[in-house]
Structure formats: C-alpha cells, structure tokens
Design a protein around this ligand. Structure first.
Ligand SMILES: *[C@@H]1O[C@H](CO)[C@@H](O)[C@H](O)[C@H]1NC(C)=O
Length: 328
C-alpha cells in the first residue's frame, strides 16, 4: 500500500522540478546570520495561504505558513500589494543550505517556486592587506573594485563580519566625510580611498571595504591596520637626523680649517722643494692632516689657475682668495 503514495510523491516532485527549473530563486546567506527568501505570486492569489517547505513538502516538511507569521527560527510576511511573500530564516547553519520551495496553497495542486539556498562564512577574508601607521598621523586605505561597480554604494566598517558591515559602516560614499573618516571614490581608476585622521592605537584592527550589490551579496576586501606609538617613531627618526647634522657640521668645520691653514701657508712664497719634502715628512708643521691638503694644494700652485674640477666649493672659494692675495 505504501508504494502507490510514494510513487505519486516522486512523480509530483519530478513535475515540480520540471515546471520550476527555469525560475529557480538563488539566495546566498552568511553562516550564523539571517536570510530573506522572497517569492512572488500571480494576481488573484493575495488571500491564499503561502508557505515555505523543504524536501518533499509533505505536511511535516512545511517550515512556516503565512497563518503562523513566526515559528522556530522562521518569520513570514506576505506583502499583498507587491504580491511577494518573504520568509526570513534566522541563525543559519550548514544544515540549512540546499533546496526549498515557496508554496501557494490552492484547491488541487499547490503552486511551487524552487529556491536554492547557499551559505558562506561570515568572516572575511583569507588574504588581507596589512597597513602600518603611527599615532596622530593620517592613513589612507585604498579599496580597489571592479569597474562594473562604479556607481554602487561603497563603504567601510570595522571588524570582519560581512553580514553586519553595511549596517555598521563607519563611512559610506553617500556621506563622504564623517568625523575622522573621509571616503573618496575614484571611479576612473576603480578604487575608493578611506582616510582616517588623528589615528590612535585603538584604531588598530581589521576593517572591511564593501561594495553594495543589488541582487547579490556585497563584495568585500579586508584590511589590517596597525597603529604604532608615535614616541617610538620620533625616537627612531630624531637620532639619525641629529647624528647626520653633527657629521655634516664636523665635515664642514674640518674643511674650512684645512682651507684656512692652506691659505696661510700659500700667502707666503711658493713653497720650495725642500719645504715640500719637509712638509711631507711632517717636519716643519707636524700636522699630518695639513700635509695631505698641502700636497694637493702645492700641485695646483704650478698653474696660474687651479684645476677647479678636482676641488670642492669650499676649497675653490679659499683658493680664489689665495690667488687674489698672491697676485698682489
Ligand atoms: C529581510 O527583510 C527585512 C524586511 O524587509 C529587512 O529589514 C531585513 O534587513 C532583511 N534581511 C536581510 C538579511 O536582507
């Protein structure tokens, strides 16, 4: 006796599949979140009972009916003006994925629309863009998007939950500036930039760049921002800068000293060969540093004009002084 109803049931399922294959409604939800399954119906069925069912849609497979409005984790609402009834499924788990049917009860065979529910993890994403900045600074986070989304709403939220991101957005392309946040949408290069001013350490953490889509889930990319203490940054930056200035000052003073010392010697007569020899031995001046410079300078003294290509600005300046003095 059980074979006949079973056979009819199978046939019924098969017929449903055939009749509704074209109009399958695809919905995708986030794990742990909720989803709306909306099904439209034809004029004249406004006051008929509607329901959402799973599997074979037997009496025990009906999850919720419009006469119940709320049951377990399902809520149903029939918008008779738009002729759309919507079932919200809360607290989605992997077992909720799969095939559903929207049903309209009527005399004879009910009207069915097939629904395919897919689930995806709520947390985004496997690869995230890491950015480092410092307290008190501004940082711009760049969010690229595909050119087809030029005119869609762009937004940014904290955390990594896709399901709540748009609702909890820090800034959207509608507002552009909100507190410390500013959003600039560069449609030509296909990216939007969120600038955060006056960073504090509490700004550290994950952020999501989101682009709203109309008939599908929004698209996201993840960013990890690390705000470091400004004190460390200042210490790291100041020490080398101070050292560099000291080194430059020492080099400059050293050069000027040498040039002046040379000038003093040059103001006398052109050195004789024995003076040079004495100087080379450090005999008369006893100053090694001076001797090195003196050798360079004495080579130049054989010409009326010094070979400027091989001397620095300071040397050239001092040499000109020397030559002026020498000609007199
Ligand atoms: C489902 O629909 C209701 C009513 O239109 C809306 O408030 C809610 O945000 C929707 N939920 C989702 C997940 O789209």
């Amino acid at each position: 006796m059980w074979i006949l109803p079973n056979l009819l049931f199978t046939l019924c399922i098969a017929l449903r599949c055939v009749t509704s294959a074209v109009g399958v409604i695809h919905v995708t939800g986030y794990m742990g979140s909720e989803i709306n399954v909306s099904c439209s119906y034809r004029q004249g069925y406004e006051y008929y009972e509607k329901y959402l069912c799973k599997n074979g849609c037997g009496n025990s497979d009906v999850l919720i009916k419009t006469s119940e409005s709320r049951k377990n984790k399902y809520v149903i609402h029939d918008d008779k003006t738009a002729r759309i009834f919507t079932t919200t499924i809360f607290d989605l788990h992997s077992v909720d994925a799969g095939k559903y049917w929207c049903g309209v009860s009527k005399f004879g065979k009910d009207i069915y629309t097939e629904v395919e529910l897919k689930l995806m993890p709520d947390s985004c994403c496997d690869n995230m863009n890491k950015i480092e900045s410092y307290e008190g600074y501004s940082e711009s986070i760049s969010c690229p998007y595909e050119s087809q989304y030029q005119n869609n709403l762009k937004y940014m939220c904290r955390g990594n939950q896709r399901s709540t991101c748009r609702r909890q957005a820090l800034i959207t392309s509608h507002s552009r500036q909100h507190g410390r946040f500013r959003l600039d949408d560069d449609k030509i290069s296909g990216k939007f930039t969120v600038t955060i001013n006056s960073l504090t350490k509490s700004d550290s953490g994950s952020y999501l760049c989101g682009v709203q889509r109309n008939s599908d889930l929004d698209v996201f990319s993840a960013v990890e921002l690390e705000v470091k203490e400004a004190v460390h940054y200042a210490a790291y930056a100041v020490v080398p800068v101070v050292l560099l200035i000291c080194v430059l000052v020492i080099i400059y003073k050293y050069k000027c000293y040498n040039v002046r010392a040379t000038e003093a010697v040059m103001s006398r007569n052109t050195p004789k060969a024995e003076d040079v020899i004495n100087a080379e031995e450090g005999g008369i001046y006893g100053n090694q540093e001076f001797v090195v410079t003196f050798k360079q300078q004495s080579a130049l003294n054989h010409f009326d004009e010094p070979d400027y290509e091989n001397v620095t600005t300071e040397e050239r300046y001092c040499n000109e002084n020397y030559h002026k003095a020498h000609r007199r």
